[in-house]
Write a protein that binds this ligand. Structure first.
Ligand SMILES: Nc1ncnc2c1ncn2[C@@H]1O[C@H](COP(=O)(O)OP(=O)(O)OP(=O)(O)O)[C@@H](O)[C@H]1O
Length: 302
């Protein structure tokens, strides 16, 4: 891990408690960043090197009473082995008698969900760029046989350059057999095969990013209904409509992801190569270059 202080290095055998080297005393704790079900997250920096990170503090008693110790163990095991620009790094972890501390990459842009709520919906250019980033991150995960299974705006953060970061691996699994039958995830993002209780594969993440793309552009998910039964039947039939303002290119991509038969969904590589995604990515890049040039010009003029 270039540029990062020794203290944040993730060893392949990550057992900091045994070495007794890392503790909360190695960090200066800053403002709270947010609160989850099982603890809180704080901005922090290392005392040596002043490296910024986020510390998630989880209470063992709450994890045990919530019955999620194994889920956390799996989340740590999976996330500590993932290194991708669109996935929050888990640098290290340690614990004391009462608490578990996760040392995470800090995402200065905060929660994707909040951004979406504030802006109501994203521009086509932003949505297309985010689609490229999430497809790239998920194809990295799938190559490592990790299925995320819970992609939704609440589990995404925004990095320093405005890039999407997957921030939560609570429901992810290693998929050596490529088929699992657990029912998990949020209802609006559940694929038909999980609603039907069938086995599922990494194609569940393809369905989820189809739902995500729709929500980015429209401001609400495609299968949202007053009651659960209507949502389920719409998901099973793959039945949804678009508001008029959703353009052809985006409809084409969403239509290739929200396909009831998981084997017929387009691949993550096809998402990255899709004509709408590449043209939106281009327009984001051009806008960023223009902004950079304007900033440079205004500095020159002063
Ligand atoms: N790496 C990070 N960088 C910046 N902010 C973060 C980071 N991780 C978490 N946060 C903030 O802290 C909040 C709480 O995070 P946490 O992961 O504990 O809970 P959650 O996933 O939002 O909720 P739950 O516990 O219900 O799953 C997040 O909503 C986010 O605002």
């Amino acid at each position: 891990m270039e540029n990062k202080p020794q203290i944040l290095q993730t060893k392949s055998k990550n057992t900091p408690n045994k070495g007794g080297k890392l503790s909360i005393n190695d960090f200066e704790i800053g403002r709270p960043l947010g609160k989850g079900k099982f603890g809180s997250v704080y901005l922090a920096r290392t005392k040596t090197g002043h490296f910024h990170c986020a510390i998630k503090v989880l209470f063992k008693s709450q994890l045990i009473s919530g019955g999620v110790e194994h889920q956390l163990e799996r989340e740590i095991e999976i996330q500590s082995h993932l290194q991708h620009p669109n996935i929050i790094r888990l640098y290290n972890y340690f614990w004391d008698a009462k608490k578990i501390y996760l040392i995470l990459e800090y995402a200065p842009g905060g929660e994707m969900y909040k951004q979406l709520t504030t802006q109501k919906r994203f521009t086509e250019a932003m949505a297309g760029k985010y689609m490229y980033e999430i497809a790239d991150a998920l194809s990295y995960c799938h190559r490592k046989n990790v299925i995320h299974r819970d992609i939704k705006p609440e589990n995404l953060l925004i990095g320093a350059q405005g890039e999407l970061k997957i921030g939560d691996f609570g429901w992810s699994v290693h998929a050596p057999s490529n088929k699992r039958q657990t029912m998990c995830g949020t209802m609006d993002y559940l694929p038909p095969e999980m609603v039907n209780g069938n086995s599922h594969s990494d194609a569940v993440d393809l369905w989820a990013i189809g739902v995500l793309c729709y929500e980015f552009l429209v401001g609400k998910p495609p299968f949202e209904h007053e009651n659960q039964a209507d949502t389920y039947s719409a998901i099973k039939a793959g039945r949804f409509t678009y508001p008029d303002f959703v353009k052809k290119g985006a409809r084409d991509l969403i239509g290739k992801l929200l396909v009831v038969d998981p084997r017929r969904r387009c691949s993550l590589q096809e998402v990255k190569d899709h004509y709408w995604v590449t043209s939106m990515l281009d327009s984001c890049r051009r806008a960023a270059e223009k902004q950079k040039a304007e900033r440079a010009a205004s500095l020159r003029d002063h």
